[in-house]
Design a protein around this ligand. Structure first.
Ligand SMILES: [Zn+2]
Length: 431
């Protein structure tokens, strides 16, 4: 720029265009040709020009091919302050003498077919998991349906590039995309603590679908050493068929949940003859450390009573404390056997039944004591998915919930870089 020292209006314009060329990250031969700023319309428009007469053929790579024609296109870009920014360019098509094809030149700021720049899309990917797509749409003044298209595209593309070759221990859990809706099975890598796969359903075939997806990402079902899950028969059958080399580990959360259910059964049956049990439910299910003063009083009263519910609570707490103390299957084995003998003699049918269930699945229940081979490691991720669902007030489309789940818990490494990457700890490209 020869006259950038002067204050002539021409010099000033040149400076502005150069500045915006840099701000938009454009490199030659692309440059900002004109900036049209209309504050009254709340927008700023950039005319971007392709300043070369030849270009390499995008199809075959032949250098310096003549331009055939230009097609006008527009993209929404990141706002400049409160002003909506739009890029406009006439994108050239190359008529190649080498391969004979007419091919459109790719623009460096947007992917093919998108009406948004990549930075705008990256911002969408950053905002959506922290608010909701609806809220992000309001903030960006874009219909959420269009944002979902952006999210689904980038999540799908990023997932395609993920390698699952090193996966050894997996955890299966279930969640719902909407209150009271069909279940979604979620499969986690327990070591890397990331979501590998999510799919509707929770039957034997679900594990088959996961096995195929694992293979598609370079993993080997026979290399899986541990599968952590609940005691559902269909999951067990699926694990035996699709992950024959894996130790099945029954997840502690589910085992303890079964004992809470047994306790509820005892209390519900007894409350008819002992109405003073009304209002004890929450205290019974909380950790003693979390009791309120009132709950502490109630629980002390309960323990001095001769009620079956008090006994049931002690048995449940004993099971819970085995999980709190034992750190290996060997440590858990004698404790669990003592507990099973107590349960079998306790004269409380729900606990006798639970004892029989645990005895029947004892090897898997003991495997659940392998350090790190239980779903406790991915609980925070499950919670994050539930929070996202609550923020969205449920997902109308299962596919959208699954895409959001990958975005939140998938630790995807091939998403477009965030426009604020240097300032915020968000996922960005590592390669
Ligand atoms: Zn060509």
């Amino acid at each position: 720029m020869e006259d950038n020292g002067g204050l002539s209006s021409r010099g000033c314009f040149l400076m502005i265009e150069t500045l915006f060329t840099q701000a938009l990250g454009l490199v030659a031969p692309w440059q900002v040709d004109e900036v049209i700023f209309k504050p009254e319309n709340g927008r700023i428009d950039f005319e971007v020009r392709f300043g070369a007469a030849v270009h390499a053929c995008p199809a075959c790579g032949a250098a310096a091919q003549p331009l055939h024609d230009r097609l006008a296109r527009s993209w929404r870009h990141l706002d400049f302050f409160q002003y909506e920014a739009h890029l406009h360019a006439e994108v050239p098509r190359v008529a190649c003498a080498g391969c004979g094809k007419v091919t459109q030149v790719a623009v460096p700021w947007a992917r093919e077919g998108s009406r948004f720049t990549l930075l705008f899309e990256a911002l969408t990917l950053m905002l959506a998991p922290t608010m909701s797509v609806l809220a992000a749409g309001r903030l960006l003044r874009v219909r959420s349906r269009r944002l979902w298209r952006v999210i689904n595209h980038h999540v799908g593309r990023a997932r395609d590039q993920e390698s699952h070759a090193r996966v050894r221990a997996i955890g299966v859990d279930e969640t719902a995309s909407k209150r009271g809706q069909t279940y979604i099975s979620v499969f986690y890598d327990l070591d890397a603590q990331r979501l590998l796969f999510a799919t509707p359903g929770r039957d034997k075939a679900t594990l088959g679908k996961f096995a195929s997806d694992l293979r598609a990402h370079g993993g080997q079902p026979t290399a899986i050493t541990h599968v952590s899950m609940d005691m559902s028969g269909s999951f067990q059958a699926g694990a035996a068929e699709h992950f024959p080399a894996a130790d099945v580990c029954f997840d502690r959360f589910h085992v303890v949940a079964l004992s809470s259910k047994a306790l509820d059964e005892v209390r519900r049956a007894e409350v008819k003859s002992a109405p003073e049990l009304k209002g004890t439910r929450w205290g019974l299910h909380k950790k003693p450390a979390d009791w309120t003063v009132k709950q502490t009083d109630t629980m002390h009263w309960l323990q001095r009573s001769n009620l079956k519910t008090a006994r049931a609570w002690r048995i449940k707490q004993a099971l819970r404390s085995i999980y709190a103390t034992a750190t290996t299957p060997d440590e858990a084995n004698p404790l669990l056997k003592r507990w099973l003998s107590w349960a079998s003699r306790c004269r409380l049918e729900p606990f006798k039944r639970l004892g029989r269930t645990i005895s029947k699945h004892l090897p898997g229940v003991l495997n659940g004591f392998h350090p790190g081979k239980h779903n406790g490691r991915v609980e925070a991720m499950n919670r994050a998915l539930q929070e996202a669902r609550a923020r969205a007030r449920g997902y109308r489309r299962v596919e959208n919930f699954i895409a959001m789940a990958y975005l939140i818990a998938g630790k995807l490494t091939h998403l477009p870089a965030s426009p604020f990457a240097p300032f915020l700890p968000v996922p960005h490209e590592t390669t």
